[in-house]
Design a protein around this ligand. Structure first.
Ligand code: SF4
Length: 358
């Protein structure tokens, strides 16, 4: 385990670095990890160094990910997500079709060393029947440097676990730098309260078996178990480890959320606490408007975080799959210009507690 002092010192050091240096570190440590992973497969040594690589890569990821939404359909109804409200709108819920995927892959040439996050704004990637083939084709792109993904692991069944293992063993599988599992608490009651479905036992079993398989295969995938919590709860990482990782797979990391992002544009829930909005006046546009989301239905949006698309609102939409890249970027420029020159703040950004000035 990395010592707390080392982690804190590294965090402080990396926090002071400019974006281009972080990108360089991420590349260097990804390269080290690739080499060490090959050695680990044969001798199970270098666990500590591999954990150090995971730590640095995660801290250097920053917020430049391109959000790639393979499906906007979800199998949960989380209380911190606008999805339940969206289900009552005209929005089309679907998996990304092949032609949209192919055209999006071509658009990646507009990014320098793209970092993809297969994390839908709403939805779960594993529900897409060909999620593994889509991710593999993205990893094969010369424009993609790294990728990550978030899933609630409800659909991490036998078939999808096998797909994951096979994907990680492909030539470009090591471009997938982390997998995040997003879970509600450490017990069935908390899970049901947050995710509104009874899937705690299923998720525990899916993850425990998957970690055991990764260990058996000698793979070094960094697994982040992100535990969402109710008001006043804190994470017991030892208990989490006993529940999810009985096989003691070495590359598992835990984090927690007990404060949730909000923008007051969708129904708040009294079971959870929200991050306060520290910005009374937002004169500068949000830095996240420079991020891009490829939505499952073919639309292209700015940002891509869970609250960037509000039910019935499309103010952060930059265009469609067949729009020219010039048109996409000029819409982005307009959004930023209108915010900074006319104080016309897009609906999801008003009172948004994720806001970060450009
Ligand atoms: S203010 Fe919030 S919704 Fe708007 S771009 Fe920033 S993070 Fe996204």
């Amino acid at each position: 385990m990395l010592g707390r002092k080392v982690k804190t010192a590294l965090d402080l050091f990396l926090g002071k670095m400019p974006e281009f240096v972080l990108q360089l570190f991420a590349k260097i440590f990804s390269y080290f990890k690739k080499i060490l992973s090959k050695k680990y497969a044969k001798s199970r040594r270098y666990s500590r160094l591999l954990r150090l690589c995971d730590f640095v890569i995660t801290r250097c990821n920053g917020n430049r990910f391109i959000e790639y939404e393979l499906s906007n359909i979800c199998n949960a109804q989380c209380v911190f997500c606008p999805y339940p409200d969206m289900l009552r709108t005209e929005k089309k819920f679907m998996h990304m079709p092949k032609d949209v995927m192919e055209s999006n892959l071509k658009k990646l040439s507009h990014f320098n060393s793209a970092m993809l996050s297969f994390t839908p704004t709403t939805g779960d990637t594993l529900l897409h029947p060909e999620w593994d083939e889509y991710i593999q084709s993205a990893l094969e792109s010369k424009y993609v440097h790294r990728a990550t993904m978030f899933t609630n692991a409800i659909k991490l069944d036998e078939e999808n676990r096998e797909k994951f293992i096979n994907l990680l063993k492909t030539k470009n599988g090591n471009k997938l730098s982390e997998i995040y599992f997003s879970l509600g608490g450490l017990d069935a009651v908390t899970y049901k309260a947050l995710y509104k479905v009874d899937r705690f036992d299923l998720v525990v079993s899916n993850i425990a078996i998957f970690l055991e398989q990764l260990k058996k295969e000698g793979l070094t995938m960094g697994i982040h178990i992100h535990v969402k919590l109710l008001k006043g709860q804190t994470l017991d990482a030892d208990l989490a480890s006993k529940i999810f990782n009985p096989s003691d797979y070495p590359f598992v990391y835990y984090s927690q959320s007990n404060l949730y992002f909000s923008n007051e544009q969708y129904t708040r829930n009294s079971l959870i606490d929200y991050k306060p909005d520290h910005w009374a006046i937002k004169t500068k546009a949000c830095a996240y408007l420079n991020k891009t989301r490829f939505a499952a239905d073919g639309a292209i949006w700015a940002d891509g975080c869970v609250i960037s698309e509000m039910p019935g609102d499309s103010s952060l939409k930059l265009g469609e799959n067949n729009s020219s890249w010039e048109a996409i970027e000029s819409k982005r420029k307009l959004l930023i210009g209108n915010w900074e020159e006319k104080q016309e703040i897009p609906l999801p950004c008003r009172a948004c507690t994720m806001y970060r000035p450009r």
